[in-house]
Design a protein. Sequence first.
Length: 563
Amino acid sequence: MYEQLRKMEIAEQAEWITRHLVGLNSINGTVGEVRIVREIHQILSTFPYFREHPDHLYLQKIEGDPLGRQNVFAFVEGTGHSDSTVLYHAHIDTVAVEDFGPLKEHAFSPDALEAFFTEYEADPEVREEAQSGDWMFGRGSVDMKSGAAVHIANILYFSEHREELDGNVLLLCNGDEESEHRGIVGALSELNRLKHERNLDFVSAINTDFITPLYDGDPHRYIYTGAAGKILPCFHIYGREVHVGDTLSGIDPNFIAAKLTERIHNRYRLAENIPNELVLPPTCLQQRDTKELYTVQTAISSHLYFNYFIYEETPARILEKLMDEASAACREAETYMKEQFDEYLGVTGLPARNLSWSVDVTTYEDYVDYLGKRGVDVRAVIAKALEDAEGEAGDLRDLSFSIVSALQAADPEKKARVILFFAPPFLPHNYLKADQERDMQIQASVEGVLREMGETTGEQFALRKFFPYLADGSFLSLHETEDELAPLVGNLPEWGNLYTIPFGSIQKLDIPSINMGVYGKDGHKWTERVYKPYSFGILPELIRKTTVSLLKQGAEKRMLEMA
């Protein structure tokens, strides 16, 4: 592989590697994730530097991973003998290809897709860009095999120009970013080992996850100095089931779910107010009742969960806001149901009945405490729910709902109730803070490089605080205290058993993560494409200049500390 790459300019190398990686099926949750990591390891192993230093390139097995996935690490040591290190990281898994429809068999073929879109009349913009030759199509082309390719090309460059490094560069390529983030979480222990055994000082990480226009005609290339986090609030809603012939006396959990969705889904007042940042509101990802077959009985319970981005807020504040929304939704539903029943009585002339439409709202943690005080063996109920699910390749969200449902079934008081809890995954937020000298130095360093690159290339760079989508950089630093994380841990069923995040490992690393991404459009769509002139022609140099600047800054800081 090296023999082919060494004859190319860096832009050609990045494009060639991208095309090669796009041609490999690495859909999340498949053995393709295993194969592509081995292929990247094979590519890197042909570089002269790693032939001379084979211990600087290796695969790390992700402990407990059901597919046997691995991470690949490649370490390039500068000649300056500094401990300062910049981490390059990129994920190499993709989403599935069902959206390609009849073109599914060509989803990993940039040439075939370019030929198709050149004649594609349904979308003039896509057709025009395909005809230009400046765009590469294919699943993973922009999200984000091109990003991994840029890092690999820069690793090759620095391995042959080590004198430019006032420190070191470490490459990490991992999978499972599109699902549970097992790749980056599994890498935390190895990053801490390297930090301890090699005495590395990680000054920053650079991720190359894709950037895209934020509005029509947007000319900017966005650089982000942090990553948004994510929490997944869930609602188990237990109603009062009835025959449809007596529907007005029941409490339909689907109606409560609809009220919750109405109050929370895309409700922008629930989003954080951070000027000049792309801040997104909570989004409903699933809403369904638990009926398995058709009957004329109303649903007994309903399940609902939301994607909720975290920028600067804590889990405690989000829990508080959602409890308020749930309480308000239940009050609205109670008022509506009572009014409808009263109208029903007025029309039919039937006598009044002693009914209540009140719905309790509680957190998972408080509900567990409530059950324990009423003699319910909570641990036994949870153990039985897990035993019943054993052997099933279940979704962690579904398993969390199974636990809450089992607890509700054991409740001696069959009362209408909404139980709010959290389910996996959780992503911490990672951002530069204005009150930390290190972070402000990083900010200044990045700003300086962007000014220089803007002047020489004509690109319009825009620096922002939060990468607006989800990224592995979230797991490299942690801002919350143990007390601030307690509402998350206490309200996520079987934390430490079914799901956990090594907060201690993240705190020890404390690596700021900058996103300098490849530029493209339509990530996760069948028209996904990467813009080659910027992504391969400008971005590699931008990252190299930033790397050199950050390492110089880190080395100077260490010298001052040692003086």
